[in-house]
Design a binder for this molecule. Structure first.
Ligand code: MCN
Length: 784
């Protein structure tokens, strides 16, 4: 390992600008003659739009234009779409309702945009938006997943009868039923996976500029995947042809999945910039963020797991209703299906699994990816039902897990995935030892003396990340391939620019990606620049989500580095008049092994560009590109142990110990990885104990501010003990597995298993707030 190479705790290069207030976020950018957009949003969850009176707004100070949905569709702007096809069991396709960036005839959730005002200042735009008079005819609303399927429920989209988008199944239902019928013991559980708001620090923002002379658009936006945004905006929404649209995602202050897809505001601002021939800027207020950012989770699930007389799992049957909100967004269909049911095997050897998922429309904001996207829901279900089963069977939850672990690899699950590497028992042992699992009964007894209820809970999680491979996701209905691209440019002076299709919005890529290059050639990390987030600079990229930047994005860089290395050796061999096989690259030099002869790295760079003395036929320059499409996902896994103490008089829960043992394969930067895990655990604790999006029955969002939506704060979160027990992934050249979502996946079940253990009542749903915990302790119903 070099000082700044793989495995080093290098401080984040990008933090200098972030912590000195020099980050350049979308809202920091102001174009000449900047105009501002404000959206007119529906106050109703469900209503017909009978008319829009723009006259007062049009006469107000600073107003340049008031635009509505009929104008937008009249200009040929297409509907927002879902890019991932999921078929129902009967072979029928998705019942997809139309979604225009500005609603025309009907609004379907509180916050649905019906018109937009463009004005000289943000204040003028917002004031005029208030003055747009929309004539609504209110309709009854439906907000809960189960209610949406009731006979006679309000109909959200005419072409989705009974609000059903699809009724999809994975696995062998008959075999699973048979296995459960013959089981010695069957555990049943109902799970509510609470709806979450993503809450990135930077709210969404977009600046669209139309250059009339060039007939060209530029969009600055808070995106995790600017190239995909450009593709979708041009191919589906017909806003502009791809070569006439530049999308730049500059510094982005967190996304957590919510900035993957294309929002109505981006489409509308681009169109409005063309209509007004001005640069149009929109930045979401925090209230708009609560109302309109895609939410996460929102499943209601019943499950049955069967065991034989030796406590080995014989089958798992799952029935989930997934609330996708009012419209289907880009990835929404994939989240509760391919990213969920394919992980229902957990870490266990289960011969028979069947998962059924019904996705429904409701009058709520669309639900899409949120940190983990489908995998936290699967892990929560599997790990809660395993813990419940252990209690019913009267066996140690750790030992029930160990007995059923998959022990050899590769392992083909009955739900598509082939796990390629892992040592589940190794992670369990490491976590149990670090948590002093054996000493827990004594700690519980001591707590009881103080009048406290103490509980311990485990979660052995697995997830599929590094999404790709393209052939697999293509067969699962994805509208795009999920490879990644990279370009490595060695300059004549030997410094290096790496262009990547991954997008960093908090994950530290400018540091970790540079570490890999520094290690490869023994160069100072400051000589390496990572360039990302601009469709005019980087040829193409699929962006960042699904913890793919490490396994897929870095692998593309490694592939390009291989090509650079090969050319460097050819040049040095020619200049030094030796065989390429005799050369090694280290410490910033290309050395003839076993001698003191060498070329400095920058000398090779210069030779490549001066081109006076290159091997015959070699092109000048030193720049190589690569696309990388892995053969498999990667499968990070581990065990989390949570220990809680609860005050039975108030229901207040303190996490007194949290231990993680993760398998992320090769680790590039342990400090960054720990930061990723810390953040994920904090979000997992938020889901388990605090966060909940609540809609009233009329579809009004009741948790629409930080007064009502509780984010985890310092006093909710303990010091975490993070440990690593790694097996290398065979699916990428560095052997790494993604780490960006694991914390949010393993934590909720560990916390809920600990709380239910402490209170001796399993009938508790997330978030385990003090009133709910108190009610559960006192045997009242704790259901939502
Ligand atoms: N890394 C490493 N060693 C490994 C794996 C990863 O050093 N074995 C490094 C990577 O090089 C990268 C970081 O850890 O710098 C995260 O890598 P990876 O797990 O590949 O995840 P991505 O970079 O693809 O980031 C996506 C992931 C997801 S899906 C969500 S959601 C999430 C997360 O990252 N959103 C975040 N972490 C976030 N962190 C911040 N601050 N903000 C968000 O919005």
């Amino acid at each position: 390992m070099t000082e700044h190479g793989i495995g080093a705790r290098v401080l984040r290069k990008e933090d200098k600008r972030f912590i000195t207030g020099k980050g350049r976020y979308t809202d920091d950018i102001r174009n000449e003659k900047q105009t501002y957009a404000a959206f007119v949003r529906s106050p109703h969850a469900h209503a017909k739009v009978k008319g829009i009176d723009k006259s007062e707004a049009e006469g107000m100070d600073g107003v340049i234009a008031v635009l509505d949905g009929k104008q937008l569709t009249g200009d040929g702007i297409g509907n927002l779409i879902c890019g991932w096809a999921v078929s129902s069991k009967d072979g029928s396709g998705m019942n997809m309702g139309a979604w225009s960036a500005l609603a025309t005839d009907k609004v379907r959730y509180v916050g649905d945009a019906v018109a937009m005002v463009i004005a000289g200042t943000q204040a003028e735009a917002r004031a005029a938006a208030e003055a747009v008079a929309v004539d609504y005819e209110e309709l009854p609303a439906v907000v809960h997943a189960v209610d949406a399927l009731e006979t006679g429920a309000p109909q959200v989209h005419e072409n989705a009868p009974g609000n059903l988008i699809f009724d999809w199944g994975l696995g062998d239902e008959a075999a699973t039923d048979k296995a459960l019928a013959g089981a010695a013991h069957v555990t049943e559980l109902e799970i509510h996976n609470n709806r979450l708001s993503p809450n990135p620090m930077e709210p969404r923002s977009a600046i669209a500029t139309y250059d009339e002379a060039e007939d060209h658009y530029t969009l600055y936006t808070t995106s995790q995947n600017p190239h995909v945004a450009r593709l979708v905006l041009s191919a589906f929404y017909q806003v502009a042809p791809e070569h006439k649209l530049r999308v730049i995602a500059p510094d982005v202050g967190g996304g957590f999945g919510s900035k993957i897809y294309i929002y109505p505001e981006e489409v509308a601002c681009l169109w409005a910039s063309m209509k007004t021939k001005r640069s149009v800027k929109w930045t979401s207020s925090r209230s708009e963020a609560f109302l309109t950012d895609a939410h996460g989770r929102d499943h209601v699930t019943t499950a049955r797991i069967g065991f034989d007389a030796d406590n080995r799992i014989v089958g798992l049957k799952v029935d989930t209703i997934a609330n996708l909100g009012a419209y289907m967004s880009l990835f929404s269909s994939a989240v509760p299906t391919y990213l969920y049911a394919t992980l229902l095997s957990g870490q266990y050897d289960i011969a028979n699994i069947y998962g059924n998922v019904r996705a429904v429309y409701t009058n709520t904001v669309p639900v899409d990816a949120y940190r983990g996207a489908g995998r936290p829901e699967a892990c929560f279900l599997v790990e809660r039902i395993m813990e419940t089963a252990a209690r019913e069977l009267g066996v140690d939850p750790a030992e029930l897990r160990r007995k059923n672990f998959i022990k050899s690899f590769p392992h083909q699950t009955p739900v598509i995935m082939t796990y390629d590497a892992g040592d589940f028992a190794g992670n369990l042992d490491q976590a149990l030892a670090a948590a002093d699992y054996k000493g827990f009964p004594a700690r519980r007894a001591e707590a009881a003396k103080r009048g406290k209820l103490r509980g311990i809970g485990l979660a052995s999680y697995i997830e599929a990340c590094g999404i790709a491979p393209s052939a697999a996701v293509g067969s699962l209905g994805a509208g795009v391939g999920l490879w990644e691209s990279a370009e490595v440019r060695v300059n004549p002076v030997g410094t290096i620019e790496v262009l990547t299709g991954s997008h960093s919005h908090g994950q530290g890529h400018e540091t970790t990606f540079a570490q890999v290059v520094a290690e490869r050639f023994g160069l100072p990390i400051d000589n390496i620049q990572i360039v990302h987030g601009d469709t005019d600079k980087v040829q193409f990229g699929m962006g960042t989500y699904g913890s793919r930047s490490g396994p897929v994005g870095l692998s593309a860089i490694v592939k390009a580095l291989d090509k650079v290395e090969a050319k460097v050796k050819k040049i040095a061999a020619h200049v030094l008049e030796v065989s390429e096989d005799d050369l090694v690259i280290e410490d910033g030099q290309v050395k003839v092994a076993g001698t003191d002869r060498a070329m400095a790295w920058h000398e090779v760079g210069l030779a490549a560009y001066t081109a006076h003395n290159l091997p015959a036929g070699m092109e000048p320059g030193l720049k190589e590109g690569a696309f990388y499409d892995p053969a498999n996902f990667t499968f990070p896994a581990g065990t989390y142990v949570c220990e809680v103490e609860i005050d039975p008089d108030t229901g207040e829960t303190q996490i007194v110990q949290f231990v993680a043992s993760d398998d992320f394969g090769t680790i590039i930067n342990p400090m960054i990885v720990e930061g990723q895990v810390h953040g994920g655990i904090a979000q997992g604790i938020g889901q388990a104990m605090l966060e909940n999006v609540v809609y009233g029955d009329d579809g009004q969002l009741l948790s629409a501010s930080y007064m009502d939506y509780t984010m985890p704060r310092a006093d909710n979160v303990p010091s975490f003990a993070i440990h690593h027990h790694s097996t290398k992934s065979p699916s990428n050249p560095l052997g790494l597995k993604g780490c960006g979502e694991a914390g949010a996946i393993g934590t909720p079940p560990a916390v809920m298993n600990a709380i239910t253990d402490a209170i001796g009542n399993n009938d508790l749903q997330m978030p385990a707030t003090p009133p709910r915990v108190w009610a559960a302790i006192h045997a009242a119903s704790a259901k939502i």
